[in-house]
Design a protein around this ligand. Structure first.
Ligand SMILES: [Zn+2]
Length: 269
């Protein structure tokens, strides 16, 4: 079975997002931390994705630092109960689409990217370890991130609810655990999460585009920063459920979501 190579615009878009996320001033990732992915085709468990290769730096990412993987091969590993690192390595090899030259090894977090792309409508996934967010995720107050909404724009960008994930060993175990949590989230809330907060680890922003993945990342950082400021000044006061539901359903807030989404269509590469 053959498949078209990734379009240059898709590759350029992911490279640009990765380098933006890696800008030192943003404090989202240093060295080889973090990774990004984009769905190339298909929906659900079919199709392919591009994901950052292991050991590469977001800040310096180039097209050769991306690996093309078949989602179905990765997701099959989650199904069959195998658990060893050797199986993961073998599956990465089987799942890799090799074209001209030997492909680099994908990040160990590629499995979680596959879950995010298969279990939600997201087309672009941005995983980072933001200093501001990890300050909370590595504290006794991490669960505050999942308690509720602090301000209206949080709901517009991150959604009415977010998903806070307990610490699980990165790789296969984490991918399996998150898959279950995302399915449960969709059952409870009738929609997929747009951001995952992973305790003692970082965030996954699930966007319809690279612009949206960046917007979600920026808003997650803002929420964490505001929560920490509120803690210093006596403690956070969350919007009530009625207030938050109202924002989530208002026509003008719906319009703002569409406007934010439309901005990416006008972007000049
Ligand atoms: Zn990570």
């Amino acid at each position: 079975m053959t498949s078209e190579p990734p379009a240059g615009t898709v590759v350029d878009d992911l490279v640009a997002l990765s380098r933006t996320l890696g800008e030192p001033a943003r404090q989202l990732a240093i060295l080889a931390e973090g990774n990004t992915s984009v769905r190339l085709d298909g929906d659900g468990p079919s199709g392919r994705m591009l994901v950052k290769a292991s050991g590469t730096w977001l800040a310096r990412l180039g097209p050769r630092d991306l690996v093309e993987l078949r989602l179905a091969s990765l997701l099959a590993l989650l199904e069959d109960g195998r658990t060893g690192d050797e199986e993961v390595t073998r599956t990465f090899t089987e799942a890799t689409v090799t074209r001209d030259a030997p492909a680099p090894r994908p990040s160990v977090e590629a499995l979680l990217h596959a879950v995010c792309l298969a279990e939600t409508p997201a087309r672009v996934v941005a995983h980072t370890h933001p200093v501001a967010v990890n300050g909370l995720l590595c504290s006794v107050s991490a669960d505050l991130l999942g308690v509720g909404a602090l301000f209206p724009d949080q709901i517009v960008v991150l959604g009415r609810h977010v998903l806070v994930v307990p610490y699980v060993d990165p790789g296969l175990a984490l991918a399996r655990h998150v898959r279950g949590l995302v399915r449960d989230f969709r059952t409870r809330h009738g929609t997929a999460p747009r951001v995952l907060f992973l305790r003692n680890h970082g965030i996954f922003a699930l966007g319809a585009s690279s612009d949206e993945a960046l917007q979600i990342t920026e808003m997650a950082v803002k929420v964490a920063t505001v929560l920490q400021a509120a803690a210093v000044t006596g403690g956070a006061v969350f919007l009530t459920d009625a207030q938050a539901d109202r924002i989530d359903s208002r026509p003008d807030e719906h319009h703002r979501r569409l406007a934010l989404a439309a901005r990416k269509q006008e972007k000049v590469p």
